[in-house]
Design a protein around this ligand. Structure first.
Ligand code: ADP
Length: 481
């Protein structure tokens, strides 16, 4: 679990605040109830003392102590109810004390008389076993002038039982409520952050080739709506900037094309007309060569810009990729033989795709051409077409020097050359793979490269397969050359 995630942090805060609120609530309820029960018990004891004093002791002068004991036992049954009652007459001593309660919670004979300050008020007595007794007492003088001290007590554990019960309820339910809140909070956070996941997923899929796509906007009027709207505006601005750059490259290439052609024709004309001065002839030849090179670069740039801007009309037809790759590889065999390079082909039959024949052929040519250009004398190139799931796969691998790891992510960039000297000597301007990538993008295809320095490179193009394998075609069938 990611403890730094927003989901975790908000849930933790939420659970912490809820637990804190529940604890504050529990403590308040506990203290409030304790005070209330204490007060109620005290009131009961005080009223008992009062009743005994006013109703029984006023008649005591005419009756004896036995009568008093019978009356108190009948009215309050202290032994049965676990209560303590004691009546003390000034100058005479104890005239009544209740017996040992049935539950044996306390021993009445061991309860000391109240000190002067404890008279007329409640006090708590603690026994060795931990039991506590709450005793209230009053002093009163009867009509005939006798002074009495009346005490009534009850074990405090009655209150403790209720409070412990409350604590138990809190101990059981509080973790349960907090866990429920944590689970609920986590689920709610997941639900409310789901649109962010969706925005992230869609944003990940937006690249320079599909800048016209937009992120989903959920009309909630909150931060999420503002975020997706702001991101969409940013993508729109990027889209405009990209289109501007593409248009600029396309316009510049287009504008350069005509003067270059004129320059080329002029130079060719001069070369044909002048035959006497060999040195001048060489210079003109070299200038012509450079003009050709510039023309090729301008043509390539124009092609890429138009492909990127979606201005090129693709003439898409159903075609057999194996056939196309086999015939193109055949045409390039002569070029390879100049460097004693062998081209081996492995084409699965009936691998149909929908594409522009000329453009796809350009992809095949560019990749095989690179495999020849950057291979050593006597090297081997493997060209294959196969079917993998829903994809038609075209691969060109060579056993040349390979591409350095740091250069791999850049080889499809415009004007990027891993080995500048070698590439220039081969007539390359670093645009061949950019064209491959642009054509692939126009065909919903993906082009990947893998390479191991010193062992060779492998370029792989995955195109959507037009139709799935039919019964009369064996997917493993390969046309070997
Ligand atoms: P270029 O016109 O220079 O060949 P590309 O766009 O076709 O430009 O290729 C870009 C760079 O990638 C090349 O300059 C070269 O360094 C490297 N490269 C391409 N294909 C291969 C290959 N088969 N083996 C080694 N390096 C390659």
């Amino acid at each position: 679990m990611n403890t730094r995630s927003l989901r975790f942090r908000i849930t933790a805060w939420y659970a912490g605040l809820l637990a804190g609120a529940l604890i504050v609530f529990g403590v308040s309820v506990y203290l409030g109830l304790e005070r209330y029960l204490d007060w109620t018990l005290q009131r009961t004891l005080a009223s008992e003392c009062q009743t005994i004093g006013t109703e029984l002791l006023s008649q005591l002068s005419a009756k004896d102590n036995l009568w008093l004991a019978t009356e108190i036992n009948e009215a309050y049954a202290p032994e049965v109810n676990g209560r303590f009652i004691r009546v003390v007459r000034q100058d005479v001593g104890i005239v009544y004390v209740s017996g040992q309660p049935k539950d044996g919670m306390f021993d009445p004979s061991r309860i000391p008389l109240p000190t002067d300050t404890e008279k007329d008020g409640p006090r708590k007595i603690r026994f060795e076993a931990g039991n506590r007794l709450l005793i209230d007492s009053i002093t009163l003088t009867t009509a005939n002038g006798n002074r009495f001290l009346v005490e009534s007590g009850a074990p405090y554990n009655q209150v403790e039982v209720v409070l412990h019960g409350l604590l138990r309820i809190f101990a059981i339910y509080m973790p349960f409520v907090v866990s429920l809140a944590v689970a609920g909070g986590y689920w709610l956070m997941r639900r409310s952050l789901a649109p962010v996941d969706e925005i992230t997923r869609r944003a990940e899929g937006i690249t320079s080739s599909n800048l016209s796509e937009r992120l989903p906007v959920i009309r909630t009027g909150d931060e999420l709506e503002r975020l997706s709207t702001a991101l969409n505006r940013m993508i729109e601005r990027l889209d405009e900037a990209f289109q501007h750059i593409n248009r600029f490259s396309a316009d510049a290439s287009h504008e350069l094309r005509t003067p270059l052609t004129i320059l080329q024709l002029e130079l060719e004309g001069i070369a044909q007309n002048q035959r006497r001065d060999a040195a001048l002839g060489d210079q003109i030849g070299s200038a012509l060569e450079e003009t050709h090179r510039m023309s090729r670069i301008v043509e390539s740039l124009l092609a890429i810009s138009r492909l990127d801007a979606g201005e090129v009309k693709m003439d898409k037809t159903r075609l057999d990729l194996g056939d196309l790759a086999a015939s193109t590889a055949d045409e390039m065999r002569l070029l390879a033989e100049e460097k004693s390079i062998r081209i081996r082909t492995h084409m699965a039959i009936s691998v149909h795709v929908e594409g522009d024949r000329t453009r796809l052929q350009q992809v095949i040519v560019n990749l095989i051409d690179n495999a020849i250009k950057y291979n050593q004398e006597g090297g081997v190139i493997d060209v294959s077409v196969s079917r993998e799931g829903n994809a038609a796969v075209f691969e060109v691998s060579d056993n040349g020097p390979g591409i350095p790891v740091h250069a791999l992510p850049h080889v499809f960039e415009r004007f990027y050359r891993a080995d500048k000297a070698r590439s220039r000597a081969n007539g390359g301007a670093g645009l061949g793979l950019s064209i491959v990538k642009a054509i692939c993008a126009a065909h919903n295809a993906e082009v990947k490269v893998s390479s191991c320095e010193g062992r060779g490179s492998c370029f792989r193009v995955e195109l959507p397969l037009l139709d799935m394998v039919t019964r009369d075609v064996d997917p493993a069938a390969v046309r070997q050359v």
